[in-house]
Design a protein around this ligand. Structure first.
Ligand code: GLY
Length: 387
């Protein structure tokens, strides 16, 4: 078990990482003063699989608990679900001393975090991420919010949790495709900040594709990813500078997700495709060292992730990207790699160049689609993601 501290101005909180991390929740709650009530905002599928364990743990705190179940999937990150959470919590007697617990993947963390930041003008919340993606990215750093039909994460607040509990036991039921999607954010973290972690990710990629990643490797890799994210967030909580680098791959990804109306691609899969595209664009601009794009492409492909979009037109992606909130004074903002481990931000990339590189990129996807399965993944492993 490992504890990493995230320290942003005005708040400092622990991230517990490893099997059995849930046991840390009770002593932590006691040490900071018990909440009046606990409201668990849970992914309905996760609640079915692991809810008894969390419920038993919370029972031992002996404070009233209410559960609000949310259907799995990105489409739950919407204003009507938020409205349901607000109103159910109010009807169930939430007060300013209550604690919200986000129990699920990134969708739940973002939704519950936003509910915590807005209900009664703010109550405390704890993140219990149950997907790899939420562990290595979404649960740390205080970004919360919902999507609009116009685009991803367009409404939200920054609100740091009081603690993040990453218990690997919850990953046991994670579908392999979702484990691989989370792995894409690990690849991202390594690519932007740490050549050593990137090399480790390359070595472990075949094990991820085969559903054979050892818990020991996972612990090392998640630990390092969280350390990197914590250091970036500590330096720039509100994304006015350094934190933008965490959006590597996300400019195209958010366009792809909006163009597909959040249906066919998992977020991590869209980020995988977006990273290859950003590396290609960077090479075209002469910012990214030659060969980096193919290294990114190879590690993602070896991990069983899709690397080209399918079934979506350049025009719809380009139009969805125009609504992205990641814009600088001179246009859409791109996070580019100079090399593995170092980044550069560009907001004056000509739309004509983006369109040209995108059309070429899409045509490569069309030629290789015969080799992909219906999810877009290259290696259709049905085994569990961990051993
Ligand atoms: N997911 C990117 C960030 O937390 O800034």
């Amino acid at each position: 078990m490992r504890t990493i501290t995230v320290a942003v101005p005005g708040s400092e909180y622990p991230v517990w990482i490893g099997s059995g991390a849930l046991a840390r929740l009770r002593p932590f709650s006691r040490s900071r003063g018990l909440p009046t009530k606990v409201f668990v905002i849970a992914d309905a599928r996760v609640a079915k699989q692991h809810g008894d364990r969390l419920r038993a743990e919370l029972d031992r705190l002996a404070v009233p608990q209410s559960w609000i179940l949310v259907p799995p999937g990105e489409s739950s990150k919407c204003v009507s679900m938020l409205d349901r959470i607000w109103r159910t919590a109010v009807r169930s007697g939430i007060d300013r001393g209550s604690l919200l617990v986000a129990f699920g993947g990134g969708v739940i963390g973002d939704l519950a975090g936003f509910a915590a930041g807005t209900i009664l003008r703010g109550v405390d919340f704890v993140q219990i991420p149950t997907t790899l993606l939420a562990m290595v990215d979404a649960s740390v750093g205080g970004k919360t919010g919902i999507n609009l039909p116009e685009g991803k994460n367009l409404v939200g607040v920054f609100l740091q949790p009081c603690a993040v509990c990453m218990d690997f036991d919850f990953l046991s039921s994670l579908p392999p495709r979702e484990l691989r999607a989370g792995w894409a954010e690990v690849v991202k973290t390594a690519a932007i900040r740490d050549p050593g972690l990137f090399a480790k990710v390359e070595r472990n990629a075949p094990a991820v594709a085969a559903g054979q990643l050892s818990v020991r490797s996972l612990a090392e890799i998640v630990g390092r990813s969280v350390e990197i994210k914590a250091s970036v967030v500590a330096a720039d909580e509100r994304e006015s500078g350094l934190r933008m680098i965490l959006n590597f791959g996300h400019t195209l990804a958010h366009g792809l997700e909006a163009a597909n109306a959040y249906r066919s691609l998992l977020h991590g899969e869209a980020v995988a495709i977006g990273m290859v595209f950003a590396a290609r664009l960077g090479e075209e601009l002469g910012v990214t060292r030659s060969g980096v794009a193919s290294r990114i492409d190879s590690v993602l492909a070896a991990s069983g992730l899709p690397t080209r979009p399918r079934g979506v037109s350049a025009a719809s992606i380009l139009s969805a990207m125009q609504r992205d909130k990641k814009r600088g004074p001179r246009g859409l903002r791109w996070v580019l790699l100079e090399a593995i481990g170092s980044t550069s931000i560009a907001d004056a990339v000509s739309p004509e160049l983006v369109s040209k590189v995108l059309r070429r990129f899409l045509s490569e996807g069309a030629t290789e689609s015969g080799r992909l399965d219906s999810s877009g993944a290259r290696s259709p492993s049905t085994r569990k993601g961990l051993r």
